[in-house]
Design a protein around this ligand. Sequence first.
Ligand code: 3PG
Ligand code: MG
Length: 403
Amino acid sequence: MKTLDDLLGEGVSGRRVLVRADLNVPFDKNAPAKGEGAVISDDGRARAVLPTLIALRDAGARVIVMSHLGRPKGEPDPKFTLRPVATRLAELLASSVVFADDTVGPEATQAVAELNDGQVLLLENLRFNKGETSKDDAERGAFADELAKFADFYVDDAFGAVHRKHASVFDVPARLPHYAGGLVLKEVEVLKKVSESPEQPYVVVLGGSKVSDKLAVIQALLPKVDKLLVGGGMCFTFLKAQGHEVGKSLLEDEMVSVCADLLAQADGRIVLPVDVVAATEFSADATHDVVDASAIPADRLGLDIGPRSTSLFAEAIAGAKTVFWNGPMGVFELAPFAAGTRGVAEAITKIDGFSVVGGGDSAAAVRTLGLDETAFGHISTGGGASLEYLEGKTLPGVAALEK
Ligand code: 3PG
Ligand code: MG
């Protein structure tokens, strides 16, 4: 696999370099504006790709950045414009960023043509175009053709999107000389280490809302881990499988028997919460109490793990030499339900070993809760991508770079 350093060595001054970044940043859900005036709540993903952009810019390349944002449906949708991200990127780069109001249309074409050496251009959201996410190879290919004609070289530094077989990730590299950026290289190196030779004891902490999203990774990890701690919305399907009623909590009924099988297979290594913070509704102002996990009232929903569970999880984490954590323990964005995620995160920062925070929401939680980022071994920019890596799946974006 060729790398950004190889490209820089070949010389890029005056050359057009198309960089796939993952600028799919979260926005402040409480801020009034969506789209153009939206407020970025965590710019970690933008900061993570800066070294690549700066290296190319400073080497005199004409840097064309492309990314998706959210999940628009293949046509322009102002709620998902990348414009606020262009503004933030310019601040972070301390240099101007040209923004094109379309992705491959007349605006983008003109902006590419007018780009100066050492200038950075951000194209509008890739997913405003059907071809980006199409399952049809020809449709994706046609869109990739249009993107590829903008540039001489392609660099992928969008680790968060390497698990997507999308035009900008999978098809463009087949059309241009292609290179892996430093972020992609670093992320893959860390995940390889964690999945091939984790130092024991190895503790995995999983949260987030859906068991169905995590099923494959649980199955892949169970044989390798000493303990698998389960919190977040997904824990209620496991609690139900243990025979508890979960009130109005998130529940995937069709997954209950699968969870029961996993619990049987795990032989005590899957650890569930023993108490939860149960609220009357999904709101920061809702009445809420700590209740036993076996006694969730019928009219309540669990929005965080409780303090005894947090201690139990922290104890399991304390002895670990390797920890992988993906998914918040509760609705950390709402202050009354942040303690579980905070407690678990703090326990992870204290281990005498190597910790990896896998991805989007948990990485954002670390930063929005004001925890010290440097206390973790590695904070990944890719939630889905890191899980798929640990599942042992081939990541289309990485495979495309290897070809
Ligand atoms: C993410 O946020 O996980 C990545 O940016 C990928 O986004 P996607 O799940 O919408 O493909
Ligand atoms: Mg995601």
